[in-house]
Design a protein around this ligand. Sequence first.
Ligand code: IPD
Length: 292
Amino acid sequence: MSRQPYSDDLDSRAELCREIIRSAGALTLKGFHGEARQNVSMKGPQDFLTEVDAASEAYIRHALAAHFPGDSFFGEEGGGAISDRVWVVDPIDGTANFARGIPHFCISIAFVQNGATEIAAIYNPALDELYFARRGAGATRNGVPIRVAQTARFDAASLEMGWSMRVPNTAYLGVMEALLGMGANVRRAGSGALALAYVADGRSDGYIELHMNSWDCLAGLLLVSEAGGVVCPYLEIGSLDAGGPALAVAPGLASDTSRASNIPLAAYAMPTDRQTAPARAARGPADWRIGG
Ligand code: IPD
C-alpha cells in the first residue's frame, strides 16, 4: 500500500479501495491463468466457488481490516457483519465464467456509510478496466468520466437480464417476454456487477435482475446513478443482508423498463417523473407480477 497510516475519512478509504481492488485483480488473473481456476466446488445448484474466490476475499478482507479495523466487512464467501460503516465485497463476480475460462468476471467493492453507498469500485482484470465512483462525484473508467447511453427506443436497445435459481423461472421468463415484446434485445453475460458497470459506461442500455445480492450490485448501482442513469431504490425495497430486485437503466428507457419488470425507480431519479415515482416506490419490490 502506498501510504500509511490512512486518515479516517472517505478520501482515504477511496484511495485504499482503488489500490486493493487492483491487487486483488492481479491475484485473480493469476488464478485464472493457472490451475487454481479448475478447483471448483458447488455452494448449491448453479452456484460455483473456486479456490481463487476464497483467496481474493481473504486478501481484500485482511487489507481493509489492516487500515480500517473499525469498519465491518460483508463478503459473498465468508459473510461478516453489517455496521454503520461496512465494506460489501464480491471477490469474483461471474464465477461461472471464471471457472469455464471465459474472461468476463470482475471484483466488486462498495463502501456503505449510514445506509448510503459512498464508494464503488468494479475491476475487470482481464481487460484492466477499473470502474470507480464516489457518491456525488461522477463515475469513471480508468480515470476517464463515463456516461450512460442516450438510447430512447426499445427497438434499438440492448438490455441485460440476470438470472439465478433464487427466482422462479416463470418470473424471469415473464419479464424477458415483456422486454422482447417491446422490441429490446435481451442478453445475459453471467456477471451482474460487470453488467451494471457496462450500463454506466453506455455499453449496455440497462440491467434487470429480480433478485440480486448486495455484494453483486451495490457498487454497480452507484456507478450507474453517478453516470447519469436511473436506478431502483435497492436498499429501500430490499436489504443489505437479504438482497432484493435490481434495476439500472438509461433515462430514455427507464419508465417502461420499470413497468415491464415491476421494479420501482428511485424517487429522486427522474425529474420529470417526480410525481409518479413515489407511487411506484410505494408499490414495493417486484412480487413476480409481470407487466406493472
Ligand atoms: C452471480 C452473477 C450472475 C447474477 C447472479 C449472481 P457470482 O454472481 O453475477 O450474473 O445473475 O445473481 O449471483 O455467483 O458469479 O458471484
